[in-house]
Design a protein around this ligand. Structure first.
Ligand SMILES: *Cc1c(COP(=O)(O)O)cnc(C)c1O
Length: 450
């Protein structure tokens, strides 16, 4: 007789193809199978508890199984689960749009829904492209992105992506983008100042010579996520935005990871007083509950599409589940709960606590760099601290440290040699204390444990 766990594990291995997962490795492992969640903990089918140390891949805000959020979904469910937004509307989609226009950087007044960060990026790219076409500026067709950028996995989003490991195989399918350096201070000879200089100089030169061919620049504001949780030097985003404005190139802020309090402000753009032309949000939008994303546009962008039908300026894009009422209802409830709990106001103290906890790791022989903005932390492990020599990717040091963390009762997913700590924003100081201890111990055990 198979146990319940064994049965599910077999079925998983027989029928499920997991994302971003080499199934050959997975099939030889004991898969983690989650049964339920409570607060910031997840429980597997065998009843073991784990801290959700990466917010179920950077989504979760209030924890799991939150009564207010559950209630919002069941209330909406008792009315209607889904109806379309194609040429009609529904109550939560309208009310959420108003709310989002109110909390996002000034100028972003129009909300276009989709169902994942990637589709939100896809929409931003198509809007930017068609914006210039509709205005009769036919040559502005290209995009600028940053080295190691991640904007999602659909083909358009991959075309403005720049992580070779994920993107290279698809190169022949992609439209080419201009890639400028990301200011990665730890991996730059001259440190932060030179890294910043390289980014801005390259962008300036590119815009001075080719702005008339360029539709938009897309950027992960303040923190580059999947590229390794790499934080920007101060003023970088502001100066990039100013250069775009000066050269008449649209700025697309991909706030999918950084939005909804993650970096300490509601949106990372606020940290540098930047108002983009287009902004993409997802992940934390529904508190991490349901797949809703949105692309916000300025009135200026919107107006370029607003015309008599015969002019053929309509934005012909949409998805079956655009503006799903259940998702929009839980997003509204999540934002309400964020306000009631003064969540944004509380991030600073929690972030300071985490920073002070990880400061103890600074002297460890294989901790190269600790990067943090708000409750978004990346710890880069190196083989040689003095020379900053990285571990070889084949050593899978990050994976091993994450496996150790799981044994110790916390889930996370590394980015190569970078350990990721992105806890739910609702985590208490006691919980942050326990989680940071687990991560520190797993790093020490794996890098120093012989
Ligand atoms: C996660 C992420 C995306 C993609 O979002 P999905 O919902 O996974 O499609 C896009 N941009 C950034 C910055 C992200 O972190």
């Amino acid at each position: 007789m198979l146990s319940d766990y064994e049965r599910l594990a077999h079925l998983n291995k027989d029928f499920l193809w997991n994302p971003f997962t080499q199934m050959k490795d997975y099939l030889s492992s004991d898969p983690l199978i989650i049964e339920r969640g409570e607060g910031i903990r997840l429980y597997d089918v065998q009843g073991r508890a784990y801290y959700d140390g990466f917010s179920s891949v950077w989504l979760n805000v209030h924890g799991h199984n939150v009564p207010e959020l559950n209630q919002a979904i069941t209330d909406q469910l008792s009315r209607v689960a889904h109806s379309t937004l194609l040429g009609m509307a529904n109550r939560p989609a309208i009310e959420l749009a108003e709310k989002l226009a109110g909390i996002t950087p000034k100028g972003l007044n129009k909300v276009f829904y989709s169902d994942s960060g990637a589709t939100g990026v896809e929409i931003a790219i198509k809007m930017a492209f068609q914006y210039w076409q509709n205005k009769g500026v036919k040559n502005k067709k290209a995009f600028i992105t940053m080295n190691q950028a991640y904007h999602g996995d659909t083909i358009g989003a991959v075309s403005v992506g720049a992580i070779p490991l994920y993107h290279e195989v698809f190169r022949p399918m992609l439209f080419p983008s201009h890639i400028i350096p990301y200011p990665y201070a730890y991996r730059c000879e001259g440190g932060e100042k030179m890294a910043l200089e390289a980014t801005l100089t390259t962008l300036r030169n590119l815009l001075e010579t080719r702005a008339e061919e360029i539709a938009a620049l897309i950027v992960e504001p303040i923190v580059q996520g999947a590229g390794g949780i790499v934080t920007m030097p101060p003023s970088c985003l502001r100066e990039m935005a100013a250069l775009c404005r000066k050269h008449d190139v649209l700025l697309i802020a991909d706030e999918v990871a950084t939005g909804f309090g993650r970096t300490g402000a509601m949106f990372a753009c606020e940290l540098e007083d930047v108002s983009p032309d287009l902004m993409v949000i997802g992940k934390g939008l529904t508190g991490g509950y349901l797949p809703v994303a949105a692309t916000l546009a300025t009135d200026e962008v919107y107006q370029a599409f607003y015309a008599d039908y015969e002019e053929q300026k309509t934005f012909f894009h949409g998805h079956s589940f655009t503006g799903n009422p259940l998702g929009c209802a839980v997003a509204l409830a999540s934002l309400k709960l964020m306000e009631e709990n003064k969540m944004i106001e509380g991030i600073g103290a929690k972030a300071a606590f985490v920073e002070q906890k990880f400061a103890k790791l600074k002297d460890r022989p294989h901790v190269g760099d600790i990067r943090q903005k708000g409750l978004m932390v990346g710890i880069e492990l190196v083989r040689n601290k003095a020379s900053r020599e990285p571990y070889e990717w084949k050593e899978r040091i990050g994976v091993r440290a994450a496996e150790r963390a799981r044994e110790l009762g916390m889930l996370t997913r590394p980015l190569g040699n970078v350990m990721v700590f992105i806890p739910p924003l609702a985590s208490t100081e006691t919980e942050l204390d326990a989680m940071t201890d687990i991560l520190a111990k797993s790093i020490i055990d794996v890098t120093e444990g012989g």
